[in-house]
Design a protein around this ligand. Structure first.
Ligand SMILES: Cc1ncc(COP(=O)(O)O)c(C=O)c1O
Length: 397
């Protein structure tokens, strides 16, 4: 008879938890499959289709049998297109040798942190944070150092908030502007001050530019464009949101050549290359017309205004104004402690089961009174879902 392994799961895997955003999606999907009319504010992905020119490029790749392995770190053509796009948008001067193509933005962040962080290294992460940072740092054996931001000022981050947390063990500071989940945008002046703090101490700064094109009141900017930035600034990019390409799985890193080498080594033993067809589509996304990005931004802007105004109309609810991305992060503290709603995990579960609205609990992002609402969905769904949230709050507060 065969013996079952005593501890089937490695200690390493127990350092990470299930992504809450994925859990919400599966809970909502389960209800939907039972025939329930669920309004889904959980999904962090554009509701727009991938633009036609990008799809056509993928069809051409198939027709031309571009369906084999490519170099593990991506094709030379795509690396060049990434560098050229970044240069055109932000005035940077990366070379293809400083670029790595990955299987989505999450993959570049995972590989970067595994390539960089030793056990005990400290990584500074502003709160609220995107779920994945914490888990990938834990997985690498690093120590997360969380920094609070100012909710009253729209979850603003300043250099003064970061500075007290930097010490000899700090290896990396993670900046995500615009932020998932709050939509906060780091002002250029503060960004530069944080860069001075980190670069002068030889600390790396990872700038997650996943939402860099979705800004409502400021111009796109990359900290990597500052003179001397390329030594310590690590750009994590993704085509997922910018070009409505979440399913295609293309991300990229713009980092010093030695780090490209380390990340490529890791990638060569795990995923190997990102899908060849997606890489061809990504070249078209980056080199082709950019109008679709503007169209999406205009639509998100309209929805942002509606969502914030509608949330603020709910008694007891506050909502900081998101200045970018496509999330609102309202404070529903008015419900915590009422009617058995002890935390936002219970709140989100009750909202889903009783009012059939899916949101992501703030606990996933490091705060205890908020939920994340994705407004990458139609106005009709926003109207329906926000009315349900309104009724839920009135009933339970
Ligand atoms: C802040 C942030 N960074 C990176 C990503 C990664 O995106 P993807 O792996 O879909 O390219 C996401 C996705 O939600 C995100 O919100």
């Amino acid at each position: 008879m065969q013996q079952a392994a005593v501890n089937p799961i490695s200690d390493r895997i127990s350092l990470i938890s299930v992504s809450s955003t994925m859990k919400v999606a599966s809970d909502a999907e389960k209800l939907r499959s039972e025939g329930v009319d669920v309004v889904d504010f959980g999904a962090g992905e554009p509701d727009f289709p991938t633009p036609e020119n990008i799809k056509q490029a993928a069809i051409r790749a198939l027709d031309q049998n571009f369906t084999k392995y490519t170099a593990a770190g991506g094709t030379a053509e795509l690396k060049k297109a990434v560098c050229e796009r970044h240069a055109a948008d932000f005035g940077t001067d990366y070379k293809p040798s400083e670029c790595l193509i990955t299987v989505g933005g999450k993959h570049v962040i995972f590989n970067l942190i595994q390539a960089l962080i030793n056990p005990g290294d400290e990584v500074v992460i502003p709160v609220p944070y995107w779920v994945t940072y914490k888990d990938v740092v834990n997985y690498a054996g690093g120590k997360c150092v969380f920094v609070d931001t100012d909710e009253a000022a729209g979850f603003t981050l300043t250099a003064a908030m970061i500075e007290p947390h930097l010490n000899a063990r700090t290896k990396l500071v993670i900046i995500n502007s615009p932020s998932n989940p709050s939509g906060a945008v780091l002002d250029r002046e503060e960004f530069e001050k944080i860069f001075k703090l980190t670069s002068s101490r030889g600390i790396y700064m990872m700038t997650d530019e996943c939402y860099c094109k979705f800004l409502y009141d400021s111009e796109p900017f990359s900290i990597a464009s500052l003179p001397g930035a390329k030594d310590t600034v690590l750009v994590a990019g993704s085509l997922s949101k910018t070009y409505a390409m979440t399913g295609w799985r293309i991300g990229f890193g713009l980092v010093p050549q030695a780090i490209v080498g380390a990340m490529t080594k890791l990638q060569s033993h795990s995923t190997s290359n990102p899908t060849s067809i997606s890489q061809k589509a990504a070249v078209e996304a980056l080199r082709g017309p950019q109008d679709s990005v503007k169209v999406m931004l205009a639509e998100y802007h309209k929805r942002r205004d509606f969502v914030v105004q509608r949330l603020r109309a709910i008694p007891g609810v506050q909502c900081a104004e998101p200045r970018g991305a496509f999330y609102a992060y309202p404070n529903l503290g008015v419900l915590i402690g009422k009617n058995g709603i002890d935390n936002t995990l219970i709140l989100s579960e009750r909202l889903l089961q009783e009012s059939h609205v899916a949101v992501v609990p703030g606990e996933a992002f490091g705060t205890d009174k908020h939920v994340r609402i994705s407004y990458a969905t139609s106005m009709t769904e926003l109207e329906r879902g926000l009315e349900r949230i309104h009724q839920f709050v009135v009933k339970n507060a």
